[in-house]
Design a protein around this ligand. Sequence first.
Ligand code: ABU
Length: 500
Amino acid sequence: DFSCIYSKDLLPALSGEESTKCFFQELVNILLNYVSASFRRNSKVLDFHHPHQLKEGLEGFRLELPDQPENLEQLLVDCRDTLKYGIKTGHPRFFNQLSSGLDVIGLAGEWLTSTANTNMFTYEVSPVFILMEEVLLRKMQEIVGWSEEMGDGIFCPGGTISNLYSVHLARYYFFPEVKTKGMTDLPRLTLFTSAHSHYSVKKSAAVLGIGSENVVVVKCDDRGRMIPAELEYSIITAKDKGCVPIYVNATAGTTVYGAFDPIRVIADICERHRLWLHVDAAWGGGLLMSKRHRMKLEGIERAWSVTWNPHKMMGAPLQCSAILVKKKGLLQECNQLCAEYLFQTDKHYDTSYDTGDKTIQCGRHVDVFKLWLMWKAKGLEGFGSQVNKCLENAEYLFNKIKQRPDFELVFNSKPEHSNVCFWYIPPSLRNMPPGPERNRRLHEVAPKIKAQMMENGMTMIGYQPLGDKVNFFRCVISNPATQTEDVDFLLEEIARIGQD
Ligand code: ABU
């Protein structure tokens, strides 16, 4: 009974040890129940409520903050309710996001990380984690194909920030004066990225004062891969207009189609024009762990920087994203400001391990331990099998859709990653000729099905329009708990809801 116990009775209160232990045991029970339910197919993926319903308060779950302390009984109820009204992203039938799954070792790593509650800026407060980061970064660089003499990097809060680092570094590499003088003396810089790439390249240009209009969007083929000839034409055109191209982003695993840009050919173009080549492998990087699939990223070793998010295809708990940089020392040069209260040079240990000045942050969360622990638990081979299984399930889905008259694939070639894009065609549209009226009606189908799917709560998948394609479903599989029966369930649920 926790109704008479308050946070003041827990550690560090004198004789607070027993209450703290009981409180944690109760909390662990709540978390274990949630973890078990996340893997049970007959449990819901979500118990959806509209924002106003959650704000009004459901069955005693109140978001408003009190003036007086509440007892631990109430806090435990709040913990239970918080999980109850959230989304079980580890559920085998959650297909909504690139990051999914619930890795038990990764979760243990995250718990330990929170318990250690330290900061990644200096060796003096994070000795073990700083060295683990070095080990992980080196391993990832080796997998990318960089030799011992090359390679630097840092773990960042997500792929967008990792991509931001790449633009920031490219600009500094070509115009180091930007660090002190700003943009005033710089020419009009131009960046290049494909039409299917992530919006973070434009966002980086906006944030860094380059301007989103100075990002040239390069055309893609039908499969969503950048067309190299279009890239070279865009570079030459930009130069003719007096702009200064500095940077090309090639995507390894686009967000919607899961397409891989031809990195090797793009690298040749970058070499010819002396441009920084970044590979955004936030989503596709995981495939480097698989002997079967790593050739899809052929040429990645020629990149000057790489974004790779282990919280996506490798299933590490959020967040876990790395920016890898080929040129040693550049991150430090570009970002260091030598704050004397933190990065004293007369410390009694090797201060090159005070890596915090390489970053644009000051305080930095420990994102490495969970990945390090998962790597110990699975090894390269375990990650490779996990990736292979997800892609096998995606191929299973692709083949199922090909056989069904009530579904239509957005592109007919086998998926390169685990993204499978498709429309559900309701009976009333099946015999309708292609054209604007069919498109108008088809555009409304996916949002309607998704709304009903979320009310039912048994599975979840995303949709979007893209270019000239009206709203279609994107199924992504990154959860090793997903089996072919879950893929079958998804299709049946869509077809059941989608009947006219
Ligand atoms: N770059 C974030 C990916 C979002 C998604 O899950 O589609």
